[in-house]
Design a protein around this ligand. Structure first.
Ligand code: 48N
Length: 321
């Protein structure tokens, strides 16, 4: 939104003189607050600095506290959110940090297919909808949620309500932290982050260095398209940890969905891939506008993360044994 332009003085003079009657909209006592819809709605008084400090304190305390997380989930689409929900509810002790490049989380799950609103979910993934309390129409072998946004808004609200989950949207992962671990293996040990608008503008400014978040487990759910789709899979190739991308194959619903769910795994030490990013890594088929595999893959990624964490010795967010 462009900043307000300087207004011509004549226009100001045209304005009606400010009412001489005490503008009762301004109160200086909290108990003068009034919810009134007859022209006398009165808010509690506030100073602009109070608003700034309320945001700054909370956001930057969160950044400080989550500089070392237990699990980082990259991408808040249907797979990433399903993973976050299962992980954070099954293990409320874990600090789960979600990083989403878009201002609006939700990925490709706000609509069904070709901008149509209904969302198709093949059984048995309908069980997850029941767990979330999302109504649907049962068509026998699949169910239909009347609007994809009903799924996405519901899971988003449930995930954000969890005390151990932090979502940083408009924040891009622009690299991976990769280092040699206690066994001499190359391990993904965190992510390199920046404001998305900065990450997309490195060619327009000189060096705008990033920030970092370290964690023993990174779950990448960056999808297969969009400006940063399949980000981690592509980074594994350029970092020499993956020979080449498998490249997503043509649409085949019956092959694609089980392949994505069953293929969800730790693809390199410390990094789990889930959702459609996996189709680019493995070269599995795409399934088109059916979302059950995203939910089930996210759930499987959560189980994989718990398996890794419970079978590792972790000190200060690092796997040491
Ligand atoms: O919804 P997506 O794109 O990814 P998934 O895997 O959660 O769900 C995929 C699903 O929507 C489909 O593609 C359906 C089933 N169609 C299949 C088909 O055959 O066409 O969400 C990925 C999210 C997005 O919100 C991105 O903005 C975000 O990940 N993202 C990132 N966030 C932070 N840093 C990054 N580098 C990054 N890259 C992507």
């Amino acid at each position: 939104m462009a900043p307000p332009v300087a207004t011509d003085t004549a226009i100001i003079e045209d304005r009606p003189a400010y009412s001489t009657k005490k503008n009762t909209a301004f109160v200086d006592k909290l108990d003068d607050v009034l919810e009134d819809y007859e022209g006398n709605y009165r808010f509690a008084p506030i100073e602009e600095a109070q608003v700034s400090r309320a945001m700054i304190k909370r956001y930057f305390n969160t950044m400080y506290e989550r500089a070392v997380s237990d699990v980082v989930i990259v991408g808040a689409g249907s797979a990433g959110l399903s993973c976050a929900y299962r992980l954070a509810t099954e293990r409320p002790d874990l600090k789960v940090t979600i990083l989403e490049a878009n201002v609006a989380p939700g990925g490709g799950a706000w609509l069904g297919g070709q901008l149509m609103t209904p969302m198709v979910v093949r059984k048995p993934a309908d069980r997850f909808l029941r767990e979330l309390g999302i109504p649907y129409e049962d068509e026998g072998n699949f169910v239909v949620v009347k609007h994809a946004a009903l799924f996405t808004s519901t899971i988003l609200s449930r995930v954000l309500a969890l005390p151990n989950v932090v979502l940083m949207n408009a924040t891009a992962v622009e690299d991976l932290i990769i280092r040699t671990d206690f066994q001499g293996r190359q391990r993904v040990a965190g992510v390199v982050t920046n404001w998305t608008l900065v990450a997309l503008n490195h060619d327009t400014q000189s060096c705008m260095d990033p920030n970092t978040i370290t964690a023993p487990v990174i779950i990448s759910a960056t999808g297969h398209d969009g400006p940063m789709g399949a980000f981690s899979a592509k980074r594994l190739v350029s970092a020499g940890l993956l020979k080449e991308l498998g490249n997503m194959r043509g649409l085949d619903m019956n092959r694609a969905e089980p392949a994505i769910v069953n293929g969800t795994r730790e693809v390199t030490p410390g990094l789990i891939l889930t959702g459609m990013e996996l189709s680019e890594h493995d070269g599995s088929n795409r399934m088109g506008p059916t979302f059950g595999a995203m939910m089930a893959s996210g759930i499987k990624a959560a189980k994989e993360a718990i398996r890794i964490l419970d079978s590792s010795q972790i000190v200060d967010g690092k796997v040491v044994g």
